[in-house]
Design a protein around this ligand. Structure first.
Ligand code: GLO
Ligand code: MG
Length: 347
């Protein structure tokens, strides 16, 4: 176990969100990017995650040269603030050209748009000093099974990944699987799918993954097992910790909010695999509740980190010897109660 691993933390500007949902408008007034960066500093987080258009707003209206110039100005602001950019992710789900998917759209012009935009995102990552491109494949799936040819879609995905890998010999692609939402069915729903598709690309070594707790739970999986699986392959390059109360819309609750024991086991998996030793960050892809007042706007981020740190202590003080003795006796009832009482702490 990596006993003394010091974790580094990050979040994205979208994690200080305004409270809108499909049934109602924002409940908090939007704040500027600079304000969000200041809050990140004040909270003592180490890095920020970026969509391409968080880094360069209105990106579709700008030339490659303009995009690079604006990314450079942002890089200077980040340097001045002492904040790193953890990753850049092309936002391929807002623009009209991505209505029917991005890389897997049935329209060749739309697929071209998606690839070109992704290459610009790679350029931004370069300027911001990160070689990690995160691909949350939001609309790569279908609403009805007959609308797309699955096999052809997988081929399109590989072609798109290959274009990004060829564009920059240092870029690493971290696929963030999610089984549904906004789509009915996504093409890359789990870590197994992400790592399998990596094998078909021109450089499998540079294609890895990002696990989000809520996405694994939505796929009916335990995120701790997904962590062990990805790390066995050396492929867990980023992490979105949060929580999810069963199979419903993507809730992005604070880490540990719905199921403390599932959170504990994620932390144990990270500890036993040495997550963070190669510079990986712990990111919280969490949102404030819609009811949150502006004065409590950052609590979900601070709370997620506090819970994470408390669970690191819990993982490090879990009596492994005693646990292994119960395993040897196949006394899982005692092991179960031991885990519960460890989490409950002293009475
Ligand atoms: C949504 C995703 C989303 C991504 C982010 C980075 O379900 O979790 O928040 O992580 O856009 O690409
Ligand atoms: Mg996420």
């Amino acid at each position: 176990m990596a006993k003394q691993q010091q974790y580094k933390f990050c979040f994205g500007p979208w994690n200080i969100s305004e409270g809108q949902d499909p049934y109602g408008p924002p409940t908090r007034i939007p704040q500027s990017f600079d304000w969000k960066l200041d809050q990140l500093k004040k909270l003592g987080f180490d890095a920020m995650m970026f969509h391409d258009d968080d880094a360069v707003p209105d990106i579709d209206a700008k030339s490659a040269a303009q995009i690079t110039a604006e990314a450079k100005a942002l890089k200077k602001r980040l340097n001045d603030a002492g904040v790193k950019a953890e990753m850049v992710a092309p936002r391929l789900w807002f623009h009209p050209s991505t209505v029917d998917g991005a890389y897997t759209s049935n329209d060749a012009k739309c697929r071209k748009y998606a690839i070109e935009r992704s290459l610009r995102a790679v350029d931004i990552a370069n300027v911001l000093g990160t070689n990690l491109l995160v691909l949350w494949l939001a609309r790569e799936g279908s609403y009805i099974r007959e609308s797309k040819n699955g096999r052809r879609s997988f081929e399109f995905l590989v072609q798109a990944l290959d274009k990004m890998l060829a564009h920059d010999s240092r870029i690493r692609l971290a696929i963030e699987p999610k089984p549904n939402e906004p789509m009915d069915q996504a093409y890359i729903p789990t870590i197994g799918h992400a790592l399998a598709i990596a094998q078909l690309t021109r450089d499998p070594k540079r294609v890895g993954c990002l696990i989000e707790s809520a996405h694994a739970i939505l796929a009916g999986l335990d995120p701790a097992d997904e962590i062990d699986f990805a790390m066995l392959f050396g492929k867990l390059w980023s992490l979105h910790l949060n929580d999810q109360n069963g199979l419903k819309f993507d809730q992005d609750k604070p880490f540990g909010s719905a199921n403390l024991r599932v959170a504990f086991n994620q932390v144990r998996a990270l500890e036993r695999n040495g997550y963070g030793r190669r510079g990986e960050y712990v990111c919280f892809d969490v949102h404030p509740f819609r009811t949150t007042k502006e004065e409590h706007w950052l609590a979900h981020l601070d709370n997620s980190r506090r819970t994470f740190q408390r669970l690191v202590e819990k993982a490090r003080t879990f009596d492994e010897k005693k646990a292994q003795a119960f395993v040897a006796q196949r006394d899982y009832a005692a092991l179960d109660q031991m885990a519960i009482e460890h989490l409950l702490g002293a009475a």
